[in-house]
Design a protein around this ligand. Structure first.
Ligand SMILES: NC(=O)c1ccc[n+]([C@@H]2O[C@H](COP(=O)([O-])OP(=O)(O)OC[C@H]3O[C@@H](n4cnc5c(N)ncnc54)[C@H](O)[C@@H]3O)[C@@H](O)[C@H]2O)c1
Length: 240
């Protein structure tokens, strides 16, 4: 995290009312190890079908927390928000994120995951240019392992050298957003970090098993492999 006007991180979390984003926000504000290093957490979320204000209820009384309902593709609004909040790090999780929906209607995925990410990167660039300590700015782009394609049960694990082979409109739109984030780093010097997460399990989807530490019954193929070694954190099952 960079250091903003109060000497501690001032963070924008896009998609912070979603499944992973809200777990991140709770971790940042309620996790003991982070409490002193976080000066501000601003959530920007459109509240699509996937976003829920209730996910952030525990944080609503924290004076460091602000919720803004809005679209990452609204350039002017996002630019003003970054300035007025003196944001020094962006955690970009906002996305259309469900493969089945991307098959039924790909356009929203192109709009949010590609156009939205592009506009957010541009706004971040403008913000970084205006900062005195712009070298400390960070843009964390949260992506998926699905950009690398599909693993069979006996295939070796993906690595950072695995070529991109997206197979669905969702993974193609996320692959495109990864390329944009990479290019904004190499072309414009924006300090970007890209992370390609494995499938995250909603605890509602695997009740009981999340606490037991065993593979959920019925999980097959690559998902079984992915589930090996997963852990639970704050209701969020992280596998890897
Ligand atoms: N859940 C997984 O298993 C998984 C795995 C790998 C990567 N990821 C990535 O992690 C990120 C978060 O995933 P998730 O499961 O929490 O997703 P989610 O669908 O639960 O949440 C997405 C959030 O983004 C918001 N949003 C959508 N479009 C927006 C827009 N245009 N402007 C602002 N907000 C918008 C939604 O309202 C929602 O709150 C995504 O980028 C996803 O691609 C998820």
């Amino acid at each position: 995290m960079g250091s903003g006007k109060e000497g501690v991180g001032r963070l924008l979390v896009t998609g912070g009312a979603g499944f992973i984003g809200s777990a991140l926000v709770r971790h940042l504000l309620l996790g003991k190890e982070n409490a002193s290093g976080v000066g501000r957490v601003v959530v920007l979320d459109k509240l699509t079908y996937a976003g829920r204000r209730e996910n952030l209820a525990e944080c609503s009384h924290d004076s460091r927390f602000r919720f803004v309902q809005g679209d990452i593709a609204e350039s002017d609004r996002v630019g003003k928000l970054l300035e007025e909040e003196a944001i020094d790090s962006v955690f970009h999780l906002a996305a259309e994120s469900h493969v089945d929906r991307s098959i039924e209607g790909p356009e929203a995925f192109i709009q949010t995951n590609l156009v939205g990410t592009y506009r957010l990167l541009q706004a971040a660039r403008e913000r970084q240019k205006k900062m005195k300590n712009g070298q400390d700015f960070r843009f964390l782009h949260v992506s998926t392992d699905e950009v690398f394609g599909t693993l069979g049960a006996d295939d070796p694990a993906f690595t950072e050298e695995t070529p991109y082979r997206p197979n669905s409109p969702y993974s193609a739109s996320k692959a495109g957003s990864d390329h944009l984030a990479r290019a904004w780093h190499h072309t414009f010097g924006l300090p970007v970090i890209i992370t390609n997460l494995l499938k995250q399990l909603r605890d509602q989807a695997v009740p009981g098993e999340v606490d037991s530490g065993h593979n959920p019954e019925g999980a097959g193929g690559s998902e079984t492999a992915c589930l090996r070694g997963w852990i639970q954190y704050s209701g969020l099952a992280v596998c890897g």
